[in-house]
Design a protein around this ligand. Structure first.
Ligand code: HMH
Length: 228
């Protein structure tokens, strides 16, 4: 359906890539850590490890998102992109406060946590994407993928019949809620729109970035085991 808009989000490059890399996509979005939360059998120390590492990640995510915002303001031909990314920035500000509050509820000191290797590698990858040599198309594709993995993962824990422990519901709702799902769909629409007019070379880079996000997310979830 070339040339037609992709309002429903049910066609486009991203969907093609999800299907092409289905195994890796499912590894990132249906990780045992998430499935254990959903089944109500998660080890709380795993959850605490994830929380501390994710706080570090989210702080590193801010400069990445700032770079996406900059690219949107320079290179997007749709002014609403910038507002959508700016909304993500505002949510991230709120998220950092939430992490602090949640950590104190679990008696975790966020000051003494050092990033594990998988976290460091992921943050280094994010940093590489902030370069001005990385296009808006590649950056927005990565941004969509990073958010979509969390949205898909945590929404599983909210599905009918899930046995998610009540004390973990707030975390799951943070990324599993419908508003965030809509937000991810708007990022997907932007990415698909950009990809539609991208060169072959650009498409290749964006697909590689998408795959790198999936690989980094799997390694990130693996850290919760404590044996990373
Ligand atoms: C590792 N990926 C990781 N942490 C997050 N908070 C998100 C994605 C979503 O914001």
């Amino acid at each position: 359906m070339k040339g037609e808009s992709n309002e429903g989000g049910d066609s486009g490059t991203i969907l093609t890539w999800i299907e092409r890399h289905r195994v890796m996509y499912d590894r990132a979005t249906r990780h045992p850590f998430i499935l254990n939360i959903k089944e109500g059998i998660v080890d709380i120390s795993s959850f605490e490890r994830w929380l501390g590492q994710d706080y570090i990640f989210v702080k590193e995510f801010v400069p990445f998102l700032a770079s996406v915002l900059l690219k949107a303001s320079k290179d997007s031909d749709d002014t609403s992109d910038m507002e959508i990314v700016l909304g993500g920035m505002a949510a991230l500000h709120n998220e950092i406060s939430w992490f602090k509050k949640e950590a104190s509820r679990w008696n975790i000191s966020l000051l003494n946590i050092s990033p594990q290797n998988a976290n460091k590698d992921y943050c280094r990858f994010l940093e590489s994407l902030t370069s001005s040599g990385v296009s808006y198309t590649v950056a927005i594709t990565a941004y969509w993928a990073i958010e979509a993995v969390y949205q898909e993962s945590f929404s599983l824990c909210l599905e009918e019949g899930s046995k998610t422990p009540p004390e973990l519901l707030e975390s799951c709702r943070r990324w599993g809620n419908n508003g965030f799902k809509e937000y991810c769909l708007s990022l997907k629409r932007i990415a698909d729109r950009q990809l539609e007019k991208a060169s072959k070379e650009e498409l290749k880079k964006a697909e590689e970035a998408f795959l790198s996000v999936l690989e980094n997310e799997v390694r990130f979830w693996n850290m919760s085991n404590g044996d990373a």
